[in-house]
Design a protein around this ligand. Structure first.
Ligand code: SF4
Ligand code: SF4
Length: 124
């Protein structure tokens, strides 16, 4: 590269916007339908185990978790709740598709990062 073109490039870039973003403070927008990290709304979960049954990687374990829930106007005791091993999840979305609650108790978010400093957000 000739010195003149280097200088031209340098002056051009002095006034230009940065080409990168300050990730993770800034996030890039994700397209509609993006399959990100799985999340669970425990207060909506009825403990039916459908998510664990359909999961192709078997990364959902039903763990003991008793609490009263309302199903079709009746109060019953939920015995279990799902726990997802996030690094084995392939984000296929089958658990969300088969979850019978509305809104879905298990669903894909738009979060794409697989790492973090909060253990509760990485291993659920
Ligand atoms: S998105 Fe797919 S792989 Fe991940 S927990 Fe749900 S069913 Fe399993
Ligand atoms: S399918 Fe939905 S309601 Fe049933 S155990 Fe899984 S998260 Fe809970």
């Amino acid at each position: 590269m000739k010195p003149a073109s280097v200088l031209r490039e340098m002056f051009h870039n002095l006034g230009a916007k940065p080409a990168t973003i300050l990730y993770p403070t800034e996030k890039v927008p994700v397209p509609e339908g993006f399959r990100g990290r799985i999340a669970i709304l425990d207060e909506k979960c009825i403990g039916c185990s459908k998510c664990a049954i359909v999961c192709p990687t078997q990364c959902i374990t039903m763990v003991p978790s008793e609490r009263p829930i309302e199903v079709k106007g009746k109060t019953i005791v939920r015995k279990k709740k799902p726990e997802v091993h996030l690094f084995a999840c392939i984000r296929c979305g089958l658990c969300e598709e088969y979850c019978p609650t509305d809104p879905k108790a298990i669903y894909l978010t738009t979060d794409f990062a697989g790492s973090g400093t909060d253990k509760d957000l990485v291993v659920r």
